[in-house]
Ligand binder design. Structure first.
Ligand code: ACO
Length: 360
């Protein structure tokens, strides 16, 4: 455990972030004394071609572009093709990340896929990705953490790499939420989209992951769930008729939790590192709702226009893939430069949350 200053000149001067209100926050900072940390060598993304606009949705349910933009910030989202599953999108994002890292599939010795829309229960999507990339023998597994999945995946890979068990990890977040969306429910179908993002991680000489905060509140699991299809309620004619294989969400209650959870997680990882708002160059948040992100920026004391990366307008909420794609696009657009301090922050079904600070 760490207390005190961040690494490599990241020590803060002046006021710190306020302390998070939830004392139960499970903070595990990994840091500062170690010479070598885990860094990201390359990022990648894949977005399906088909664009579903708010105008399209106006023809499907009783909604309006004005309502969707005002309440969520979303203008359009991508929809995967019928024959395009999570592993197909994951492989494309992974190839892109490997390419950007200057590595080949055979350089990878650990594969983690974050998804709540796997191709099937088993084999895991990660095993299918491994097969499609032609990587032999290395461990491959899925994690089901909803929207926080990419950050959980980065944190798990970080531990394996720091522990010396594996050298180069591929962490992928891939979601085909369109496959589990009730397209007649206007309160949910306007929110979600499909896509994938990926990162290649390895030990680095400079920068790297400075700290992580992960957590979950299982008692709030019923706020966001896919009720049927598992061992509790196996698929039947009735579960299909009752639309229990699609996302059920208490949006308004979730919204209130989301603002607090994301802010608390961010503060829980930043405070022990001695980092304050000015020390963070860019926040890469899970893109659930523009209003949630503006509230987060306010609580962090940062200007949302300058310090919060947004692409929700183009893609909506892609669950775990949202923060992965956002990270990739922020790099592509030059919003992240070598030496920058980046805060990633997400919450999702479970409820789960994850925040991570990385020096690029
Ligand atoms: N178009 C028009 N009206 C609508 C629509 C729509 N698409 N959806 C709901 N409404 C109506 C409601 O029926 C309600 O009408 P009423 O006042 O007559 O009853 C009114 O709009 C307000 O509804 P609320 O649900 O209170 O609207 P809210 O401002 O909370 O916005 C939203 C809804 C956008 C879903 C918001 O609550 C939200 O973003 N919640 C968080 C979602 C989220 O982050 N999910 C977690 C991550 S997802 C994951 O982990 C996979």
């Amino acid at each position: 455990m760490v207390n005190g200053r961040g690494a490599e000149g990241q020590g803060s001067v002046g006021a710190r972030f306020p302390r998070p209100e939830t004392s139960e926050m499970n903070t595990k900072e990994m840091m500062v004394t170690e010479k070598k940390r885990t860094g990201i060598l390359g990022v990648g993304k894949y977005l399906p071609e088909k664009v579903l606009t708010n105008a399209d949705l106006e023809k499907m349910v009783d909604t309006s572009d004005e309502w969707i933009v005002t309440r969520t910030g979303i203008k359009e989202r991508r929809i995967a093709a019928k024959d395009e599953a999570a592993s197909d999108m994951a492989v494309k994002a992974a190839r892109c990340a490997l390419n950007n890292a200057g590595l080949k599939p055979e350089d990878i010795d650990l594969i983690i896929v974050a998804t709540i829309t796997p191709d099937m229960f088993f084999p895991s999507t990660a095993c299918q990705v491994q097969h499609k990339l032609g990587i032999k023998k290395v461990p491959a597994f899925d994690i089901s953490v909803a929207c926080s999945g990419f950050i959980y995946g980065l944190a798990i890979a970080d531990q394996f790499i720091k522990g010396g068990m594996y050298k180069r990890a591929l962490v992928i977040a891939s979601e085909k939420l369109s496959a589990i969306t009730d397209w007649e429910d206007r309160s949910t179908c306007i929110l979600f989209g499909d896509g994938a993002g990926a990162a290649v991680l390895s030990q680095v000489d400079k920068g790297g992951i400075l700290g992580v905060n992960l957590g979950a509140d299982g008692d709030k699991g019923d706020l966001l769930q896919l009720p049927a299809g598992g061992s509790r309620m196996p698929a039947s004619k009735k579960t299909v008729e009752d639309k229990l294989h699609t996302i059920k969400m208490e949006g308004n209650t979730l919204f209130k939790h989301a603002v607090k959870i994301m802010a608390d997680a961010a503060l829980a990882v930043a405070n022990p590192l001695g980092l304050k708002g000015d020390d963070i160059d860019l926040i890469i948040p899970h893109q659930a709702n523009l209003r949630i992100l503006n509230a987060l920026a306010k609580r962090m004391g940062v200007d949302p226009a300058k310090k919060v990366y947004l692409n929700i307008e183009k893609y909506g909420n892609m669950s775990a893939a949202s923060s992965a794609v956002a990270l990739c696009e922020a790099v592509e657009e030059g919003r992240i430069k070598r030496g920058d301090t980046i805060l990633m922050d997400a919450f999702g079904g479970g409820l789960t949350w994850g925040a991570l600070i990385i020096k690029w």
